[in-house]
Design a protein around this ligand. Structure first.
Ligand SMILES: [Zn+2]
Length: 283
């Protein structure tokens, strides 16, 4: 039997232009930095899957250390102008797992959809788990380019050495590249590029119900259905193509869509609310 839990590791304030991108090319990022409109703070979710082959954690949420003034590089405009995390020590994933009766040391796999700070911030809680990251995502965090793109490898544990994932051209419905995580193949890693160039998602199939633990493919289900890219994707067209694959998958399989920052995510999980697709209407 499979059981999935939502773990909310605090909230993060971001701009409206990040949630729904505006403008062309480099202007999209500038719009986020200069946008005066903060959205309501959004939840930072991580997910735990209790699976017969072992416990799987998808993303690790954010750390309370972000409250420390020196946590974010002061020279980086994004952290200065566009992100306000709010995480208490008790909100971190380790204490929350323990409250569910799960010891972090018993987690077999930790899948990181991507390595932005609000997904990799809880890594320190998992020194004994196998941690999975796509090879491309991990490479993108390296060197000066990684720092400019907002990755914070200086805060990752010294023992951190992830298993790097290379996808096979193994289609799952509309998704062109995947890799099974469990040997029963009811938990699959999916290549879902967009928000970052090598972003991945996790597909869980429980009977005829599917769950897509979608990281930052979109900030809400509404924006997935609307097929609108966020403001930070390096190539919005790639994001829209991935959102099209998710929508097409949900069209032929009852699917609970769980991106990391959707305020309605936890209630959709609790109620097993599947993506509501209206009949295509004539233009
Ligand atoms: Zn992200």
């Amino acid at each position: 039997m499979i059981r999935i839990h939502a773990i909310q590791t605090g909230t993060i304030g971001i701009k409206k232009d990040q949630i729904e991108g505006r403008g062309q090319g480099g202007q999209r990022l500038l719009n986020i930095l200069t946008d005066k409109n903060w959205a309501e703070p959004v939840p930072i979710y991580a997910w735990v899957i209790e699976h017969p082959e072992g416990i799987i954690v998808v993303d690790t949420g954010e750390t309370a250390r972000t409250a420390d003034k020196s946590y974010f590089p002061r020279w980086h405009p994004f952290f200065k102008l566009a992100a306000r995390p709010y995480v208490c020590p008790d909100d971190e994933i380790g204490p929350q797992l323990r409250r569910l009766g799960i010891a972090p040391r018993d987690v077999r796999w930790v899948v990181l959809t991507h390595m932005h700070t609000d997904h990799a911030g809880g890594l320190a809680h998992f020194p004994t788990s196998e941690i999975l990251v796509t090879r491309g995502e991990y490479q993108a965090t390296r060197g000066i380019a990684g720092r400019i793109n907002g990755y914070l490898p200086q805060h990752w544990p010294t023992w951190f050495q992830p298993r790097l994932i290379d996808f096979a051209q193994q289609p799952v419905g509309p998704f062109t590249a995947s890799l099974p995580l469990t040997s029963s193949e009811d938990v699959m890693l999916l290549s879902t590029p967009g928000h970052t160039a090598h972003h991945m998602s996790v597909l869980v199939r429980d009977g005829n119900l599917s769950y897509i633990l979608a990281g930052d493919t979109s900030y809400t289900e509404r924006l997935m259905l609307k097929q609108v890219s966020d403001g930070v994707s390096p190539d919005p067209a790639v994001t829209v193509r991935t959102l099209g694959q998710i929508r097409a998958y949900a069209q032929s399989n009852p699917t609970v869509y769980l991106p990391s920052h959707d305020p309605d995510g936890a209630s959709r999980l609790a109620n097993r609310t599947t993506v509501a697709l209206s009949e295509p209407t004539a233009a």
